[in-house]
Design a protein. Structure first.
Length: 401
């Protein structure tokens, strides 16, 4: 199989030699075919990447855009079915090693974490037997049959179905003509999952991302440990993950706030799954900033888990101002001795900048704040050591005097 060669400009090969899996468009000098002539490449095409000195660097999927090649192998090997079996097998083995695959109290976790598992452009989340697949690159989508076959081999009877949710994560012009959401293996069984023995109804068909924000699992667990007897406010609640943990942990009162009526409906559905204690919960379909300004309740714990305020570098300044304003309002209103769980999932706002922003918010609020915990994503979302961009979730637990 003759692959086209992507040749990098001089000095642009250093990141790949350090096993970073991205080739940016500005690093490419030229692309050659098997005859050595310059050529074009189709989106999703498998290519080989070489240095300007003709050193092999890796092979991956090409796609027009800022990231032009996503490396799936640093070895010169055509990705046959065995390649996919081994890649996904390694990811499954890792989840077994951290105790997720056979946990009676948790049957929802991330199975494939893109670059973290050496498969950039591929996300697969596991929901009690159903694997929800999202391809973020055309190359990965074109290999979905190999991926499903590898899932069947490595998960065996644990896999009941595979749902393809790539339509919303692929380029619109490709998605519109080539992608349909739906089951590509098996059929629907149940939407009910367990996370640390907390029950949730997950809507992967209509919900955000793959249906649930699995990356907050350990942070939700910590929130539960602080919630007994407390008044808890969960802002940007989406489907109420933090709220359910607080209720089950024995909170005295839990309020869930989200501007989306659809999100509040999801939260209420999850509250209805509880056997009891639902009377302590109330939902508000309301903008969080407005709620914080108008609320007269004195909360012991506030969760601030907004969507990414910045998805691109040119929005970073506005994002920082948004985080500062949000945290300032929460620090002002919380009871003395209260605790704030605050997060950012904006990739362009790094941990240092986020923490400086929180410090600035505390100064503006005029209250003394201690940092109790530094939070991140759980082990099933572990970034590759060679791809620091994979650590996107940043969080702090603050004690406000």
């Amino acid at each position: 199989m003759e692959l086209k060669k992507v040749i990098l400009s001089s000095g642009k090969d250093l990141s790949l030699k350090r096993f970073h899996p991205w080739v940016f468009s500005g690093a490419i000098k030229k692309i050659k075919n098997s005859l050595g002539k310059e050529t074009e490449v189709a989106d999703g095409e498998l290519v080989e990447v070489f240095s300007n000195k003709d050193e092999f660097l890796g092979m991956g999927h090409f796609q027009n855009g800022s990231i032009s090649v996503r490396i799936i192998s640093f070895e010169q090997r055509i990705p046959d079915q065995e390649f996919w079996n081994q890649k996904i097998g390694a990811a499954v083995k890792y989840r077994k090693s951290i105790g997720l695959l056979d946990d009676e109290n948790t049957n929802v976790f991330r199975l494939i974490h893109a670059e973290g598992d050496g498969l950039p452009g591929l996300i697969i989340d596991f929901y009690n037997g159903t694997a929800v697949l999202q391809a973020h690159s055309i190359g990965m989508y074109l290999n979905k049959e190999n991926i499903v076959a590898a899932l069947k081999i490595n998960l065996a009877e644990k896999l009941k179905a595979v749902y393809d949710k790539s339509a919303e994560t692929l380029p619109e012009n490709f998605s519109r003509e080539n992608v349909n959401a739906g089951y590509i293996f098996g059929e629907h069984t149940t939407n009910i999952v367990l996370e640390n023995n907390n029950k949730f109804d997950v809507d992967w068909v209509n919900g955000q991302k793959t249906g649930f924000f699995i990356d907050q699992r350990e942070n939700r667990k910590m929130l539960g440990e602080y919630s007994k007897g407390k008044k808890v406010l969960n802002t940007f609640c989406y489907s109420g993950g933090f709220s359910i943990y607080a209720i089950n942990a024995g909170a005295a009162l839990v309020h869930s706030v989200d501007s989306s009526k659809k999100a509040i409906d999801l939260t209420n559905k999850n509250v209805e799954l509880l056997d009891s204690k639902t009377s302590i919960h109330e939902s508000f379909a309301m903008d969080t900033f407005q709620f914080l300004e108008k609320s007269k309740e004195e909360y012991d714990i506030i969760i601030l888990d907004p969507p990414a305020f910045a998805k691109h570098i040119n929005a970073k300044h506005n994002a920082v101002q948004g985080y500062k304003r949000l945290n300032c309002e929460a620090i002002k209103m919380i009871k003395p001795g209260g605790i704030i769980f605050t997060f950012s999932c904006s990739q362009v706002v790094d941990r240092q900048l986020f923490e400086r922003t929180i410090m600035s918010a505390a100064i503006q609020a005029g209250r003394n704040v201690r940092i109790m915990h530094h939070l991140s994503q759980p082990a099933d979302h572990a970034p590759s050591a060679f791809h620091p961009e994979g650590e996107y979730l940043k969080g702090l637990v603050l004690f406000v005097e």
